[in-house]
Design a binder for this molecule. Sequence first.
Ligand SMILES: Nc1ncnc2c1ncn2[C@@H]1O[C@H](COP(=O)(O)OP(=O)(O)OP(=O)(O)O)[C@@H](O)[C@H]1O
Ligand SMILES: [Mg+2]
Length: 650
Amino acid sequence: MAEIAVGIDLGTSNTCVSLMRDGEVQVLDNVYGERISASVVHFHEDGSVEVGNSAKAKVIHSPAETVASAKRLIGRYYFSEEVKKAQAVYAYEIVEAANHGVRIEIREEEFSLPEISAMVLREMKQIAERHTGEKVTKAVITVPAYFNDNQRQATKDAGRIAGLEVLRILNEPTAAALAYGFGMGLNQRVAVYDLGGGTFDISVLEIGKDIFEVLATCGDTFLGGDDFDDRIIDLLADDFIAEHGVNPRNDPYAFEKLKLAAENAKNQLSVDEEAHISIEDVLSNDDGEPLGVQRTITRSEFAILIQDLIQRTFKVCDEAMQQSDLTVRDLDGVILVGGPTRLSIIREAVTHYFQQEPRRDVDPDEVVSIGAAIHAASLVGEAQDAMLLDVTPLDLRIGVAGGLAEPVIERNTPVPIEQTRTFTTFQDHQESVQIRVYQGDHRIAEQNTLLGQFEFSGFEKGPRSNVKIDVTFEIDADGLVNVTASDQATGQQASTQITLSSGLDDEQIERIIQEDVAGRVTTAGMDDVVAASGATRETPGGHDTQASQAAPAPTSSEEPSGEPSLFGDGSTDFSLDRAKDQVGPSESDEADLELLDDDEMIQLTEESVAPDDPISLDTLVGQSEGDKGFLEPSREDLSSPDLELAEEDE
Ligand SMILES: Nc1ncnc2c1ncn2[C@@H]1O[C@H](COP(=O)(O)OP(=O)(O)OP(=O)(O)O)[C@@H](O)[C@H]1O
Ligand SMILES: [Mg+2]
């Protein structure tokens, strides 16, 4: 019998697990018969953890111990806009970890985002184990197509912490298209419009016989149904202030009540013309009497409230159509994914934009996990193979002089892809080179996401431009970025994966696996399975050795290198750790991302551009001999010749 590999749609709001066996895909329900579980993690006082819809219900009474929408934060830096927005909305404590990472603090314990997501994944693993009566250790996990490398890597880490071998990180729209067209022998061009709780993605795909080719994908990782809720919360809060003179937004308990009521009202508008909201005890007055709020909201009122948010999705659609060189008339179908697409306002707007009715035969809540399950089955030989040709959603860039970042691999380029550029040193007899890699669409380096920076040393020193360092940028099928540097003269080579901002290195992940953080998840109904399979019941805080063993052990090349050797410690080793260890010399707290802003050292040189390689952007990198810090480029260094070259290259 083929191995079991499940497909998991790890959503911002909801998570869904499916399994394909004997040619049939089944969406797996929990003991309560729920096929969709809220991606909410509630921490009990005894240390045990509850996940899903029952955990979501706890938010009203324990908002600070109940973590929702972790996906909005995964793979982010603490200083990012997204983290600030989340801090304004969620009652749980979001704190800064060393080197700009993000942690959630619950009852004086800190958890990384991959650990929180791992708890959701562990719940899915256990739901699957209850269904199969067997250990489930393999999964395909989906992510928004628009996720960057940091977010993808952090999701993969979450899988590993949950005790799952992540066979593939699959883009959600690709999964949806797979569920829609697998084995159908179609020949169609389709758009997948995916509006979830927290993210919006649009992808244009060409489906041929067993080939699913993404032509373009665009998205916004901070736009979704939660933003619709916020608009209703604003209305309710304004009403409440007008009536009682107190702002309920300032009270986490009151806010959670408004939020829940707003979400319910929104969802009701997908069925009814109007929704009535009535909360009797938003807050109490000084005499302990409850203060409430009532309001009726109609579909047309709601449409006005969210009009600009809907329009934002179509701006992204414009981009995707342009990138795919198609017009809406070229499309054979539109597939809707995500809870908010159940709203008639959205369906009508989509129909208007694409000039055709979206498909009605696709379940917007389950289609992504079904596609993930189909792909998982094909990866373990349980189903026939379909060729998935995906693209990278964001430019991969390299930092150059003047605080700019030049694209190395442009967005919407098919992946996997490998691109090699030749670099030379900035100065004669330079000892090491420093390279910064970004993902994003901006020419200004700091407006992109920093994936990593690394130093390469140990190459043969010589006059500037005699040194030739090949740097290979690779994006794999999971969308993960890998960088290899090699010296043509000495053959010295080093490679690493640029996976930085989850804030977890291999050692930390191993420790978390040993501590079995995910084992705290108590899944209803698991006792039956244990009885059936003879497996050990995972108790809160206990140790699940099988799950630990299932996680891949670190390979020697992945092993943490100890002290970061970025800043000219004379090491000849290429060193690239995660961002938390990367942003400065380990012993100095001053070292910070600020360093990355205006003292860029990589520059373009005209003479190093090989004449027979017009697209190759040779950059040169500066750290003067013996200089232990960054080199500040002189004004001349930033002047026009270098920049002109960059512009010509575009
Ligand atoms: N019937 C409905 N009408 C309107 N909105 C709904 C309905 N059902 C669910 N939603 C909303 O859909 C959102 C969740 O959608 P979904 O489960 O597709 O997101 P997700 O997959 O968790 O998120 P993402 O894909 O962004 O990671 C929530 O905002 C929820 O309130
Ligand atoms: Mg989703």
